[in-house]
Design a protein. Structure first.
Length: 309
């Protein structure tokens, strides 16, 4: 078993600009930083191609992948005829796609990153050299969450983005998204806004914990709030580790416009554009929901194409 599976979900489209280009950057960088740290035997990157209407992502990106992807990258393809059976009127059900990634991974830890988010060196040092390695006298939590930094348009350029990820001084010049969410806080309505309620850098859940909670709630087929709902269920029973404080938000979101993004989502105050995509109801963040997933959640009964490069 691998120690960790970095799971990202995407499809071959033009979502908010060059979605495929950003996804390719993320894949190549993830495999590069894994190889750079000599942890390929402990790690894998799992790309779930959910409902590509044009050619599958595995074909669209094959000539753009770096040599470092070999034996690290796994691609799972969920074609439209299968995806549409499960997602209803949603154009892209992240919850189904991420559960598919979990079902197809071989790691002890599920690490959910966005398809346009880059992993930093501070995280690598923490996970491979500290987490479950050092004994501080208390059990390591099985679930962790870290918010992210937002690369500007200039910082996101392919010629420089690695500088902002690897250079420790430059990395801290990148603006933190939802900086106030380093800590949980009490809102004016007297409800707690948890530190894991902001934009995700990484959401990490140990395999047995993921299984116990039956994964992401597959009724939440629209955008946003699904991470918070899942973490709320975990937090009701055990501690969730505030990873952001340990690694100082060491994940980096590539810049893009938001014209195709979320509509009327008050959880995204950093967004300067109003999108058009339907979002899940906000109240799923504020109440405990019994996960309605059937036993075959994660499309476990479907015959999916899985390749290891």
């Amino acid at each position: 078993m691998k120690r960790i599976s970095y799971v990202l979900v995407s499809r071959n489209d033009r979502y908010n600009g060059d979605s495929v280009g950003r996804c390719t950057n993320t894949i190549n960088h993830a495999c590069e930083i894994i190889q750079k740290n000599n942890v390929a035997e402990e790690s894998e990157v799992v790309l779930v191609d959910w409902c590509s209407k044009k050619e599958p992502l595995k074909d669209a990106i094959k000539h753009r992948l770096s040599p470092q992807c070999k034996d690290v990258l796994k691609i799972v393809t969920v074609p439209p005829d299968i995806a549409d059976k499960h997602q209803g009127d949603s154009p892209f059900s992240e919850v189904h796609a991420m559960n598919v990634g979990f079902r197809q991974m071989s790691g002890k830890h599920f690490a959910r990153i966005d398809q346009d988010t880059l992993i930093g060196q501070r995280f690598m040092d923490w996970f491979y050299k500290e987490y479950e390695v050092k004994d501080y006298g208390w059990p390591w939590p099985r679930a962790s969450f870290c918010s992210r930094r937002n690369l500007s348009e200039d910082q996101s350029h392919h010629s420089v983005f690695r500088d902002y990820v690897y250079d420790q001084a430059l990395s801290k010049q990148v603006e933190i998204c939802h900086e106030h969410n380093h800590y949980s806080r009490l809102m004016p309505n007297e409800q707690i806004y948890p530190f894991y309620g902001g934009a995700v850098g990484v959401m990490m859940v140990e395999k047995d914990c993921y299984l116990e909670h039956k994964g992401f709630n597959e009724s939440l087929v629209y955008m946003n709030s699904m991470d918070t709902e899942f973490m709320n269920r975990i937090a009701q029973k055990e501690d969730v580790y505030n990873l952001c404080l340990s690694i100082d938000a060491d994940f980096y979101h590539q810049h893009h416009d938001r014209g195709d993004g979320a509509s009327n989502d008050t959880t995204q105050p950093h967004a300067q554009q109003e999108g058009v995509r339907k979002t899940n109801e906000l109240d799923v963040r504020n109440k405990m929901i019994e996960n309605p997933n059937p036993d075959n959640w994660g499309l476990i009964d479907e015959n999916l194409d899985v390749i290891l490069l």
